[in-house]
Design a binder for this molecule. Structure first.
Ligand SMILES: *Cc1c(COP(=O)(O)O)cnc(C)c1O
Length: 435
């Protein structure tokens, strides 16, 4: 087991912690970069120590499915940057959402979900509903009142994104957190599109924050991963008939009650025990190493991502062939007040727009791009474009696509770190071919 005690402490500011938190020179060799511990097992000192680690009476490494020193360094760093008590790294962003839901809910229970989410999250929610009876209760809109109206006696959590993929809407996290608190529910926030450089949801009242590290945290589009953070503040005991993995004894761990043994980080511990020891989607040490390296430049990259995205969005908004741009970082856009409040640096670099020529123009535009790559990832150093209705949001029913704001006319861009004049020139030539 690992916790979030960052070797460098909490006193440093964000860019320093992005480089140093959670990792220090290797005591065995002096290696300055985080060593990659490619080992499945760790030698025990005694049978007693082995038994203690297995029974959770003491912390230590035993088998890399549950924890590994390189992966633990990544967990400490992300926990530190998010202001969380602990984090659990997993094999993808999808598995992060899966483990959060499976750890919180039993079959027959429900959670309120934002109607606008990443397509893969909506698909997973629908499948878990149909096969395992974990029911998403979609809010009718994005306001805290909409979320509150969807709550029923079966509700066990509220789930939303901080900045929505792909429309870039910035959610009113503090407002939704107040609803969650009033109803005794944990607020779960997917912070993938903001990264902790732009928004730290725990500061606005979130209880659980998760990421696809495949995006901005890794940064270079090289490796898939996810991480789940526990703010450590939710009062699980207020309803001890719920959340049994946290509140009830684990018979196979000598009656361990996670909330009592690990009061600072019970959700992270339950997630690791059930999610990694039992279910098993852990992160490879190699992927943890690449992600840690990416995080070292996160604050620098996010500033440039935002500046480039703002310039591209402003160019598109004034273009005669463009019907609309969804980027609340521009003044006068829908959602601009929330963007100003939550993300003064800018609402990231993923947004959508539509052409007056509709779907045929959207397809021709994407095919006409030269520098900007046509691919499905986001949050990379390289600029990317995709047609979500036929790809990332393809599995959704047409009315769900409409609610997620990804109609057939929509193009999604993920703006990278190239020189912005080159990006605008590429977009201009692709638009010129539509005439
Ligand atoms: C990509 C993404 C995910 C899923 O992450 P993977 O690492 O691709 O499994 C989840 N949420 C959001 C907002 C994403 O953009």
């Amino acid at each position: 087991m690992t916790d979030a005690k960052a070797d460098s402490g909490r006193n440093f500011r964000f860019a320093t912690r992005a480089i140093h938190a959670g990792a220090s020179p290797d005591p065995a060799t002096g290696a300055r970069a985080q060593p990659i511990y490619f080992t499945n097992g760790f030698v025990f000192e005694s049978t007693e120590q082995a038994a203690d680690i297995f029974a959770m009476r003491r912390t230590g490494f035993s088998y890399s499915r549950g924890s590994n020193p390189t992966v633990a360094a990544l967990e400490r760093r992300v926990a530190d940057l998010e202001g969380a008590k602990a984090a659990v790294a997993v094999s993808s962003g999808q598995s992060a959402l899966l483990l959060v839901l499976m750890t919180l809910l039993r079959s027959g229970e429900a959670y309120v979900a934002s109607p606008r989410l990443f397509g893969g999250s909506l698909g997973l929610m629908r499948r878990l509903d149909g096969r395992y009876d974990l029911h998403p209760q979609f809010a009718a809109g994005l306001t805290p009142e909409d979320f509150e109206a969807a709550i029923t006696p079966q509700t066990r959590a509220i789930v939303c994104e901080s900045i929505v993929n792909p429309c870039a809407a910035v959610m009113d996290l503090a407002g939704i957190a107040a609803v969650a608190r009033r109803h005794g529910l944990p607020l779960v926030v997917d912070n993938t599109l903001a990264s902790p450089a732009l928004i730290r949801p725990i500061e606005h009242g979130a209880d659980i924050v998760f990421h696809s590290t495949s995006k901005f945290l890794g940064g270079s589009g090289q490796t898939i991963g996810g991480v789940i953070c526990d703010a450590g503040r939710f009062d699980w005991a207020q309803r001890d008939d719920r959340y049994d993995l946290i509140n009830a004894p684990w018979p196979d761990y000598e009656g361990l009650v996670v909330r009592e043994r690990f009061p600072d980080m019970p959700f992270a511990v339950a997630c690791r025990l059930f999610g990694l020891r039992d279910l098993g989607p852990g992160l490879s040490p190699m992927n943890a190493f690449l992600t840690l390296t990416g995080i070292e430049t996160l604050p620098l990259r996010m500033a440039r991502h935002c500046a480039n995205a703002r310039a591209v969005a402003a160019y598109l908004k004034d273009h005669p062939q463009v019907a609309w741009v969804s980027y609340p970082g521009l003044p006068g856009q829908e959602g601009a007040a929330l963007a100003d409040r939550y993300v003064p640096q800018g609402p990231g670099s993923i947004f959508t727009f539509a052409l007056k020529g509709g779907e045929p123009a959207a397809i021709r535009f994407i095919m006409g791009l030269d520098l900007i790559s046509h691919l499905v990832n986001i949050g990379e150093i390289k600029s990317l474009a995709i047609h979500p209705a036929s790809t990332t949001h393809r599995q959704l029913r047409p009315e769900e696509r409409a609610a997620a704001r990804v109609g057939p006319e929509t193009v999604r861009l993920s703006i990278g770190l190239e020189t912005v004049e080159d990006l605008i020139a590429d977009i201009a030539q692709a638009l010129a071919k539509l005439d």
